[in-house]
Design a protein around this ligand. Structure first.
Ligand code: GLU
Length: 326
């Protein structure tokens, strides 16, 4: 009697297990993807949040879950996508171009030919914020100062070096260059540990809100005389820092500089279905997407196809062709 009961229980549990397994097999498997962003006080991090919020609403339809990771920035994101550690990453348009063509940080590793563009997002400006008491009125005044140019995984470090070189400043010998993450820079400026910092970012950003809200008076510094730079690097374009976002900064007028675009990148190894779903949901919910950050105020669907130098991923291209954007 006892033996047959045990036998029945074993049979029953094997049956239940096989039912569970069979049920799982019947559904399309759940896919998790991660978007690499930047520091939490930048615009990439909330942008990853905006994309995931929109796409995850359709979880039932796609069985796709998008999560967001704070990272060191563009260069880190490209490398993590290429290593298969991230499916998506937000990457400056200049970094996308350099990686795909095997330039700058990728000069030794060569062409990152599996890199794919999905769409571009907000404009980003190469921005210098300096302490008022440091006497920095132009980029030339950075000579001899302690300046954060950014961590090596960031996109902005290269932009800072280009801007300094264009002004005839050797970043290794003429300034005391720091390699801090952008998320640390605002506090370091307020704590008198640095005189100024570079950040290539959309506006408004949490970093500059934080840095302009402290006791130490700060101001944005323009980057002008850049015709040669723009001629040399076609991915750069003139831009302006809208100071209305930072009422505590000492500037009264918008500050001229140059900039790039934030772009969403992926790898050719990521499936067309996943990239199609992400692209379609952002574009089909474009009006809602635009409300999720003030840096998106100037976006149009057409503008989100600008600044893409790596080939567009097949999944994104399928959507763009369906709606006549390509
Ligand atoms: N452009 C910066 C970088 O690539 C990140 C800006 C942000 O996080 O919004 O490192």
């Amino acid at each position: 009697m006892k033996k047959s009961l045990i036998f029945m229980l074993v049979i029953l549990s094997v049956f239940m297990m096989s039912c569970g397994g069979g049920d799982k097999d019947a559904k399309p498997s759940r896919t998790f993807v991660t978007i690499g962003t930047g520091g939490v006080t930048g615009v990439y991090y909330p942008t990853g949040g905006a994309i995931s919020k929109i796409v995850n609403k359709k979880f039932e339809e796609y069985n796709l879950k998008v999560t967001v990771e704070s990272t060191g920035g563009s260069v880190f994101n490209v490398n993590a996508i290429m290593a298969g550690d991230l499916e998506f990453g937000i990457v400056q348009s200049d970094r996308q171009s350099q990686a795909y063509n095997g330039e700058a940080e990728w000069a030794d590793a060569g062409k990152q030919d599996k890199l794919r563009a999905v769409f571009s997002i907000h404009p980003e400006s190469v921005t210098i914020l300096a302490a008022e008491d440091a006497g920095i009125n132009s980029i030339m005044d950075l000579k001899g100062k302690t300046v954060n140019i950014g961590n090596p995984g960031s996109g902005n470090r290269g932009n800072a070096i280009d801007a300094l070189e264009n002004a005839g400043i050797n970043w290794e010998t003429d300034i005391n260059a720091e390699g801090l993450k952008a998320s640390e820079a605002a506090k370091m400026l307020q704590d008198n540990r640095i005189d100024a910092y570079f950040y290539t970012v959309g506006h408004p950003s949490g970093s500059f809100k934080e840095a302009t809200a402290g006791r130490r008076k700060v101001k944005f510094v323009s980057i002008t005389d850049i015709d040669g730079l723009l001629e040399k690097f076609s991915y750069y374009a003139k831009s302006e820092i809208p100071v209305e976002f930072y009422p505590n900064a000492q500037n009264t007028e918008n500050v001229p500089t140059y900039g790039v675009k934030a772009t969403l990148c992926t790898s050719s190894d990521v499936s067309d279905d996943v990239v199609y779903a992400v692209t379609k949901e952002v574009f089909e919910n474009f009006e809602e997407f635009k409300t999720l950050h003030p840096a998106y105020s100037t976006l149009t669907k057409e503008s989100m196809l600008d600044g893409l130098s790596a080939p567009i991923h097949d999944g994104a291209m399928k959507y763009f062709k369906e709606v006549g954007l390509k």
